[in-house]
Ligand binder design. Sequence first.
Ligand SMILES: [Zn+2]
Ligand SMILES: [Zn+2]
Length: 271
Amino acid sequence: MPLSVVALGTGVCADTQQTKLSRQPPGFLITVDGVHILFDCSEGIRFRLRAAGVHPQSVTHVAVSHAHPDHAALPQFIQSKFCSILFDKPDPRAHQLRIYLPKMLARDWPQVWNWHQPENDGAYWNEFSPEIVAMDDGFEETIGPHVVLKSFSVYHGYGRHPAMGFRLETPYGVVAYTGDSGVCEGVRILSQSADLLIADCSTRVGQEYTGGYGHMGPRQCGDLALKAGVKRLWLTHYFDVDTPDIILSEVRAAGYFGEATLAHDGDRFET
Ligand SMILES: [Zn+2]
Ligand SMILES: [Zn+2]
């Protein structure tokens, strides 16, 4: 398949009695023309990549929506990629890693890395040095022939967390990911005519709000998908508190009648 998306993590930041252990924290693998791109990089993502048949060494692009710990276990991924060069048969892509971060987070990243590797004075290793790319609202970069990554600021953490959502435009379809966000202009732009929209749905049925902390509920996700003309909607980051039927009925109540599912780890989208 020229374009595929695998849900590596549709879960949340905590273990609760309701949240199924089979739903790990956020991460989505997008493969286009053989290039592996990760949207969010949660704890233990390398295990889930391996389970999906993809060696972490071969992932060359990682876009992190925001720095909350359930989305951004980046030092662990960087270290695992480097150490696999030492201990495993190197893949030609093992030395390449381009990491996209919201601008403010890219600015502070060296402190995070230095905290983990003080013996290196903030440096990486001679054999391996990832590239950190700072994203502004409206950022775009060509990743491959007619494959463009676009990023838009979204509303999260009372509007004080520099958070972004993504849109990957390819010749085979558009994949959009809200990251963690409430309803805002950014999610509207990134969702436009997407073939697949992966939308944060961590607000419970009946508790939806605008402003505040910044998450969406199912009716808001449905409304977003309807107005953006989205073909397929994956709800993600939801708690297993409301039943799937009730959650999906909220999507329908918003008027969205495209394909909509509560995403589970291992779900695939292919074109
Ligand atoms: Zn968050
Ligand atoms: Zn989150």
